[in-house]
Design a protein around this ligand. Structure first.
Ligand code: SRM
Ligand code: SF4
Length: 533
């Protein structure tokens, strides 16, 4: 269990202190009590912090209207589940909405504390959980959005992602073994060739890699008759993260695991992080700081001890050799006669009526399944050829396009000032407005991935973008104004690398011409001909 005995209480930060006083998960038993007390009367630490252990986030920007963060392993949900989420936000009228997040997940808005018991009952009835989705817990576990659909995939990640979530959360009931980590923890598994989950920005990531049978222990079953000497598994990356203080790409752990060992390895890494991760300074509590302090060799050795058997060295190369796909559009599945369709959801925002529509589309045209991507978009799989034509005439596809314009297509934005009190700027609405204005000015021949994030916490991942925009305080004519720092050079898919800050403090009101010039000078954009009068 958590080795807090080695750290004196005085050296603990305030988060460690309140966690030591009462575990976050304890609030699970107090939901009825909170509901009858009302949000103003709940103990402040319970309300502002511990409720996040059940996925309920107090929003200082909209007091009394809470946010709820789900867990959707591999970003997959059923139409029944989507309908339940839609019903929840519907009752809040204009306050109710939902966002698809950069971790293939959904957050609901406008939630009233008095409704929590009923909401949790509804969740339970359709096997949804929001447990341990915030604070010092393992976040939504991401997997390939086309798992099981893609003819080129190397491994279907769905089952493994679910197994890891079950291990971490005790099948969605809450697991006190992993409810007091030093800080948040991100896990991703990619089973395709295009690194669709941004493996490099996770604390722990699994990327596909083949190993020689002899190296893999000699007794394993070769992965295919056509490559009799090789078995499939994953190379393991550790320590990737973004924070206001520091951003790092994950580094290879020099470990290869077979799919059967992935859950056990996750457990081993989490135990090491839980018991040895740095807890005094919250700014230094992510996994990479522990790896720095120990060195990779010691970290690997400690993980091996917990794993309980020898870890195999990494395979010489991984199989990430494609550019990253965004899955927006119509695509053939590996199952003959079936298609998956990726719909563009502008900055991930959905309202109740949209959610009901998505559930209906999935049910009428597909198999009832809905999938989400880390680009905050939505996919409907399993649409037969015979229904595809009619599907594409559905009026709602005017809002959620299968063929959006090139800048709109790749736009990602974090929550920003509308709901997030860390935000230094408003993001989602501004992002949409800016893109529209730019598209009126320039023509492009390929998508350019523009990511907005409202503050240095980097939830909108500006470092993976072609052009990343990070909210900051700027000055104009001697006065403080909303501004952005500009990031460039982010590369995703094969040879992924993080972008870096190239320009600081551009006032938001002056941003559009700056972006226009960047699009022209770096991304081949051309000014549109002025319209004939
Ligand atoms: Fe994040 C904190 C939203 C993905 C790094 N993030 C927050 C909070 C909870 C702050 C708060 O209480 O207001 C934001 C909630 C705002 C709201 O009302 O929506 C928030 N983060 C988000 C989401 C919703 C952005 C989005 O619009 O998609 C994403 C939810 C993912 C999910 O479903 O779980 C989200 N956050 C990320 C990512 C991207 C990722 O995981 O790929 C990162 C960077 C990667 C990483 O964590 O290493 C990220 N969020 C942070 C951090 C900085 C962490 C650190 O170590 O310092 C914070 C601040 C913190 O935890 O103290 C933060
Ligand atoms: Fe909030 Fe900042 Fe994260 Fe945006 S990047 S959601 S503003 S914490």
């Amino acid at each position: 269990m958590t080795d807090l005995a080695t750290t004196t209480t005085t050296s603990l930060n305030k988060f460690e202190k309140f966690k030591a006083q009462k575990d976050g998960l304890a609030v699970k038993e107090e939901i009825e009590k909170f509901a009858s007390l009302g949000w103003e009367a709940i103990d402040e630490t319970d309300r502002d912090h511990r409720l996040k252990w059940v996925g309920v986030f107090f929003r200082p920007v909209t007091p009394g209207k809470f946010m709820m963060r789900l867990r959707l392993p591999n970003g997959i949900l059923s139409c029944e589940q989507m309908r339940v989420l839609a019903e929840v936000v519907q009752r809040y009228g204009d306050d109710g909405s939902a966002d698809i997040t950069t971790r293939q997940n959904i957050q609901l808005r406008g939630i009233r504390i008095e409704d929590l018991p009923e909401i949790f009952d509804k969740f339970r009835a359709v096997d949804l959980t929001s447990v341990q989705s915030g604070m010092d817990n393992v976040r939504n576990i991401t997997g390939d959005p086309v798992a099981g659909l893609d003819a080129d995939e190397l491994f279907d990640t769905r089952e493994l992602v679910q197994q890891i979530q079950d291990m971490v959360t005790n099948r969605g009931e809450g697991n006190s073994e992993f409810s007091n980590l030093p800080r948040k923890f991100n896990i991703a598994i990619t089973g395709g060739r295009d690194n669709s989950v941004h493996a490099e920005i996770n604390d722990l990531a699994f990327v596909p890699a083949f190993k020689e049978v002899e190296e893999a222990g000699g007794e394993m079953t070769p992965s295919s008759p056509s490559s009799p000497q090789k078995v499939f598994g994953f190379n393991v990356l550790v320590g990737g993260f973004f924070s206001a203080k520091r951003c790092e790409a994950a580094v290879p752990l020099n470990v290869w695991v077979s799919p059967e060992d992935v859950v056990a390895l996750c457990r081993a890494v989490l135990e090491v992080f839980r018991d040895h991760g740095l807890r005094a300074n919250r700014q230094k509590a992510r996994l990479m700081w522990l790896i720095d302090e120990w060195g990779l060799e010691k970290f690997r050795a400690e993980v091996e001890k917990r794993f309980g058997k020898s870890l195999l060295g990494a395979a010489a190369q991984d199989e990430i050799d494609w550019e990253k796909r965004d899955h927006v559009g119509v695509y053939k599945q590996k199952q003959p006669g079936l298609n998956y369709v990726g719909l563009h959801v502008p900055v991930g925002r959905l309202f109740a009526e949209d959610m009901f529509e998505m559930a209906r589309l999935a049910e009428v045209y597909g198999s009832g399944e809905i999938r989400l991507t880390v680009e905050q978009n939505l996919m409907i799989p399993n649409i037969p050829d015979s229904l595809l034509g009619t599907f594409l005439t559905e009026p709602v596809l005017e809002k959620f396009s299968v063929n959006p314009t090139l800048l709109t297509r790749s736009l990602v934005s974090c929550t920003g000032a509308q709901f997030c009190n860390f935000a230094l700027i408003e993001t989602k609405n501004r992002a949409l407005k800016t893109i529209k204005a730019l598209e009126a000015e320039v023509e492009l021949t390929r998508p350019v991935r523009i990511h907005w994030t409202g503050c240095p916490n980097s939830c909108g991942q500006p470092q993976v973008a072609d052009i990343g925009l990070m909210g900051t305080k700027a000055r104009k004519n001697g006065k403080p104004v909303e501004g952005v720092d500009i990031y460039m050079g982010g590369k995703v898919g094969k040879e992924a690398q993080l972008g870096t800050c190239v320009t600081k403090g551009i006032p938001c009101e002056d941003l559009q011409p700056v972006l226009r010039e960047l699009l022209i000078s770096h991304f081949g954009a051309r000014l549109r001909e002025p319209a004939a009068v």
